[in-house]
Ligand binder design. Structure first.
Ligand SMILES: [Zn+2]
Ligand SMILES: [Zn+2]
Length: 173
């Protein structure tokens, strides 16, 4: 789990106080379904922190690139992930540990982890037209066509020829 602790003492002092938080941060890999998904380069965190009276409203945009495996061809590719954050951190949110202000600080890490995980599709694809792997030899069909692809095509073709032959002979039902 990541931790990104931000001091909010000055924001807390007075209603309406506001601070900007712009930083490129390196995050450690995410854990999703016992899989580790790492980031490619730092994550851009552009947030404003504002005292709303109820707590500190953290709002803005977060952007990063994740190293993902394609669910069809199993190759690695980069997924650009971006989300808006808008959450109130307060001293007493016992039901929401991750949005608590403790010792005049907030920890943005858990919220970043959670939102990045939500950005990962259930079946990620390197490309919408990814051809996947050959079910016979396992070669990546995006890179090269294997002979099995041709054989399967020939099979379909001969089935078609058979069908036409039967039709001509009038034996097709
Ligand atoms: Zn793929
Ligand atoms: Zn093959």
């Amino acid at each position: 789990m990541n931790h990104l602790v931000v001091d909010v003492k000055n924001v807390m002092k007075e209603l309406g106080n506001k601070e900007e938080f712009h930083r490129a941060v390196d995050l450690s890999p995410l854990e999703k379904d016992s899989e580790r998904i790492s980031f490619d380069g730092p994550v851009d965190v552009d947030l404003s922190l504002e005292n709303t009276g109820f707590g500190v409203l953290v709002a803005g945009k977060v952007k990063g690139k994740l190293k993902i495996s394609c669910s069809r061809c199993l190759c690695d590719f980069l997924l650009s992930a971006e989300f808006e954050l808008s959450e109130v951190y307060a001293p007493d949110r016992p039901e929401e540990q991750k949005y608590r202000i403790v010792d005049n600080s907030i920890d943005l890490g858990p919220a970043l982890d959670e939102n990045f995980i939500l950005e990962i599709p259930i079946a990620p694809l390197c490309d919408a037209t990814c051809k996947g792997l050959c079910p016979v030899c396992g070669s990546n069909l995006n890179v090269s066509e294997c002979r099995h692809e041709v054989e399967r095509f020939d099979e379909r073709l001969s089935e078609l020829k058979e069908w036409f032959k039967k039709k001509e002979e009038g034996t097709n039902e």
